[in-house]
Design a protein around this ligand. Structure first.
Ligand code: HEM
Length: 537
């Protein structure tokens, strides 16, 4: 395989142990017994019944019968590639994360891009957010940056995630539509949960129909923490910036491609890598000092809000290159288990209530999707850092731990692993002071659902605005409930009155009532229409 994988890294060498080439080899059962015949089952006479003793037949059929595993509950359709990451300069001032110190070190990565709502067999170019999940196989263990191509999210609290997904997935009574935002429950959820306004503006924009995975940004969305070797923390948001720039399809193209080549994005990524046009993304960070936490008119823990780049510039601190396709999609891409909770020393969490809930959900779902507690032993999920602990047994255990003891502390075993100090690389959680009453509430600014949605709308060019209006008309136009359509129009009047009027006109409901828009007056509306003649149809 060496010729095929010229840029072998530590992770690749590890995967290589499991790679098998079957070409020209004698066919065997899973017990290694050579097989003489693979076309006829063993029968009692040429026209007789099949015999139970045909172990080859039984094994082959049994294995086939069990070939499918559950698809991911969200982000079911995805495509992955291998690569590496290099930091541009030491980030020592902010973080002790090893992979962010030495520009000469290439950290192996595996990336999986995905759509969110559709099933594994749905089309690539549908209107949807895209997942952008990266596993860094660092010396200090795996760090997963499980992001999207949109910098904000629909909801602010993980408790609402099942509701969001139930509403956005195909409707339960008829499983329609397969992968689309053009249905009643999607828009009913949006209008009933107005914190979604900002992200909906993004999903109705061209960002939700990317041209290529190679031309897509990525965002960690949540606020995380960098922690340096002095124990000092900074708040940080993570970004990926594609070196090819950000490009989108137009809706008409996206729809046609969905019919003509539903694999458009995976084919594009696969072929680019095969041809040596390796996709590259710069790694960006926005950093806020701990004492600046309350300096903004939004809560930095609110995942429906961006940190405006004019206020907090994105520093590009490294680059990721994707340079190798997988050998086997199931073994690698499908069995990859990303988890927002996989962090390494130097990276820690914030109290973003969406992030906090995600910390629970990923392992929980993977326990069933990948069949038990040992999925970290599946080759694609194995860290390149060594693993030693007292965890044992469980379905599909592959490690053969030696010794009499599997508990801490003990005096019997001389091979027991020991926890190590921070200086020796032990992960120590940032000592944030936490003090509060147990309440089901968030700070007041979480209730501002429209300020940044407006900022987004106002930052669009006329053409982009036109695309957004058309998207709303198309998607909301498919909704059967007039009541839901009206609610959507009234909701988006809070973003922009002209936008809401255009949607109303397109879908055939009443224009929003005058004065509905928080800061919108008739005069402002007139001025806007005048300034944007392209939008006046
Ligand atoms: C996948 C839960 C929010 C990005 C998943 C999966 C679950 C899940 C259960 C399937 C994982 C698997 O089967 O391996 C949640 C919950 C969320 C949430 C409970 C909020 C409370 C988000 C957000 C982002 C995101 C905000 C982006 C910043 C992803 C990505 C994947 C994924 C990229 C696919 C990973 C892959 O390629 O395997 N999520 N998610 N999720 N989620 Fe989330």
């Amino acid at each position: 395989n060496k010729e095929q994988h010229p840029q072998k890294d530590k992770k690749d060498s590890q995967l290589e142990e499991f790679r098998v080439s079957d070409a020209g080899e004698a066919m065997t059962t899973n017990q290694g017994v050579r097989i003489s015949e693979d076309e006829h089952s063993l029968k009692a006479g040429e026209r007789g019944p099949t015999l139970m003793e045909d172990f080859h037949f039984r094994e082959k059929l049994t294995h086939f019968d069990h070939e499918r595993i559950p698809e991911r509950v969200v982000h079911a359709r995805g495509f992955g590639a291998h690569g590496y990451f290099q930091v541009y300069k030491p980030m020592t001032k902010y973080t002790k994360a090893k992979f962010l110190q030495d520009p000469s070190i290439k950290t192996p990565v595996f990336v999986r891009f995905s759509t969110v709502a559709g099933s594994r067999g749905s089309a690539d170019t549908v209107r949807d957010a895209r997942g952008f999940a990266t596993k860094f196989y660092t010396e200090d263990g795996n760090f997963d940056l499980v992001g999207n191509n949109i910098p904000v999210f629909f909801i602010q609290d993980a408790l609402k995630f099942p509701d969001l997904v139930h509403a956005f997935k195909p409707e339960p009574h008829n499983e329609i539509p397969q992968a689309s935002t053009a249905h009643d429950t999607h828009w009913d959820f949006v209008a009933s949960n107005t914190e979604s306004a900002h992200m909906i503006m993004w999903t109705m924009s061209d960002r939700a129909i990317p041209r290529s995975y190679r031309m897509m940004e990525g965002f960690g969305v949540h606020t995380f923490r960098f922690v340096n070797d002095q124990g000092e923390a900074h708040f940080v948001k993570f970004h990926w910036k594609p070196l090819l720039g950000v490009h989108s399809l137009v809706w008409d193209e996206a729809q046609k491609i969905a019919g003509k080549d539903p694999d458009f994005h995976r084919r594009d990524l696969w072929e680019a890598i095969e041809m040596g046009n390796y996709p590259e993304y710069e790694f960006g960070v926005q950093i806020i000092r701990e004492d600046e936490e309350f300096n903004f008119d939004f809560d930095i823990l609110d995942p429906t809000k961006i940190w405006p780049e004019e206020l907090i510039p994105v520093q590009r601190i490294g680059k990721m290159t994707l340079n190798r396709n997988v050998d086997n999609v199931f073994a690698e891409t499908e069995q990859a288990a990303f988890h927002v909770g996989n962090v390494v020393p130097g990276i820690d969490f914030s109290n973003d209530p969406l992030l906090q809930g995600r910390l629970f959900s990923y392992t929980d779902t993977q326990l069933i999707r990948l069949g038990g507690p040992n999925f970290h032993e599946i080759p694609i999920n194995r860290p390149v850092a060594e693993v030693h602990n007292n965890q044992r047994d469980g379905y599909h255990r592959m490690t053969i731990n030696r010794g009499q003891t599997s508990y801490h502390k003990n005096s019997l075993g001389n091979n027991a692993p020991r926890p190590v100090s921070e200086q020796e690389g032990g992960y120590v959680h940032y000592q944030e002071k936490v003090d509060g009453r147990k309440v089901r509430a968030r700070s007041d600014s979480f209730k501002d659902h429209y300020t940044q949605a407006k900022l987004f709308w106002n930052s669009m060019s006329d053409v982009e605005k036109q695309h957004i209006i058309k998207a709303f008309r198309f998607e909301v136009g498919k909704v059967k409930s007039k009541n839901v359509q009206q609610q959507v129009v009234d909701m988006f009047a809070n973003v922009d009155l002209l936008l809401a009027e255009k949607i109303a006109l397109g879908v055939g409901v009443n224009p929003p009532k005058a004065g509905e828009e928080a800061s919108g007056t008739a005069a402002a509306r007139g001025a806007h229409a005048q300034a944007s003649p392209a939008l006046s149809q």
